[in-house]
Design a protein around this ligand. Structure first.
Ligand code: FAD
Length: 316
């Protein structure tokens, strides 16, 4: 079933979360352990993040330094399929276009179709640790270009322009949006213009970047509604688990930490205390989102499975 149908058919606010593929060489059991902890809250679907390869520097025994290109967390496609088979829950692999050629994406789509994984989240991908790849013949620059490739694939048009028999079940997908503006967007109007493009070209729903101040989300949703966007705008919630996230999250994700939360975090003496503050904030944040009528809440559960569990216990 499509994610949009699962959300629309859900009698209460739907629950979903995302997991990271294990570090290269580690067991998939790490993924199952996360899901097992959250299964009781009836996740409607589970997202699997995707990560391009990056250059790292290794010190060799003779003390020289070698640059190597590694994909630290491979396996999103295989993990999605394994989750669907084991738990019978739709798994949503993130498809990113930065660091992956158009051909590689096409092969991933072919594999996903064979595996019966038809729901995707289409993204540009993080570029902070990416070696610049600018050849427009090989790579897409923006998520909307990746979206065009997926739409073409659904119509039976390959990257090289050749035709094939379109798949019986087309891919459906969500895309990202930013209540506090994407860091590279010159202004909010520009960001909203591209969010509208994503919707106009077929995104079923948008998922937000993490935010901690619900008012920013409410204002953003109202702005998008006034621009004619009617699809679900799913809030992304991240429980704070480390005290240093007070400064790390605004720097990396450009998400403001409201002063009442920042003040509580500043008082914490260790990460355990910060985690407790994060859970309490998450519970209140989610209760307010549910009262506002959000159709679904998406949890960024990376390194925060236990906190997500505690929040979900209070709100579901
Ligand atoms: P885009 O929509 O391409 O937007 C990027 C910037 O370009 C924005 O400023 C936008 O306004 C602008 N823009 C968009 N289209 C155009 C255009 N045609 N011309 C000019 N400017 C344009 N990253 C990962 O690497 N792996 C993941 O698994 C992952 N999962 C994520 C899940 C969610 C829910 C979210 C919100 C983010 C996730 N990210 C992930 C991070 C994401 O890849 C980054 O935020 C990235 O910088 C932007 O992705 P996007 O899909 O929003 O890009």
């Amino acid at each position: 079933m499509k994610v949009i149908e699962l959300i629309n058919n859900s009698k209460k606010t739907a629950f979903s979360f995302e997991i990271l593929p294990p570090l290269k060489g580690n067991s998939i059991q790490k993924v199952y352990n996360v899901i097992d902890k959250l299964l009781e809250f009836d996740p409607k679907y589970v997202n699997i993040t995707s990560h391009h390869s990056e250059n790292i520097y290794k010190t060799l025994p003779d003390h020289t330094i070698q640059r190597v290109n590694v994909r630290k967390r491979p396996g999103s496609v295989a993990i999605a399929s394994a989750i669907q088979n084991k738990y019978k829950i739709p798994a949503i692999p993130h498809i990113i276009c930065k660091g992956f050629t158009k051909d590689e994406t096409e092969y991933a789509l072919i594999d996903l179709n064979f595996l019966g994984v038809y729901n995707l989240l289409l993204l540009r991908g993080d570029i902070k640790t990416l070696e610049p790849t600018t050849d427009p013949n090989l790579y897409h620059n923006y998520a909307t270009e990746l979206q065009e490739q997926v739409n073409n694939f659904n119509r039976g048009i390959a990257v090289d322009g050749s035709a094939f028999e379109a798949n019986e079940t087309p891919f459906s997908y969500g895309m990202a949006c930013y209540p506090e503006k994407h860091e590279e967007a010159p202004n909010m109007d520009s960001d909203i213009f591209y969010a509208k493009e994503k919707v106009r070209n077929g995104a079923d729903y948008l998922v937000t970047q993490m935010f901690f101040d619900n008012q920013k989300y409410f204002d953003f949703v109202e702005r998008l509604r006034s621009e004619g966007i009617t699809i679900p705008i799913i809030p992304g919630v991240k429980p704070i688990v480390f005290q240093n996230q007070l400064t790390v999250l605004p720097r990396i994700f450009r998400s403001d930490i409201p002063e009442p939360l920042a003040g509580e975090l500043r008082k914490c003496k260790n990460d355990d205390e910060a985690k407790a503050v994060g859970v309490e904030w998450g519970i209140q944040q989610c209760k307010e989102l549910i009262a506002y009528g959000v159709p679904s809440i998406h949890f960024y559960s990376m390194m925060a499975t236990e906190s997500v569990r505690q929040i979900a216990k209070e709100i579901y």
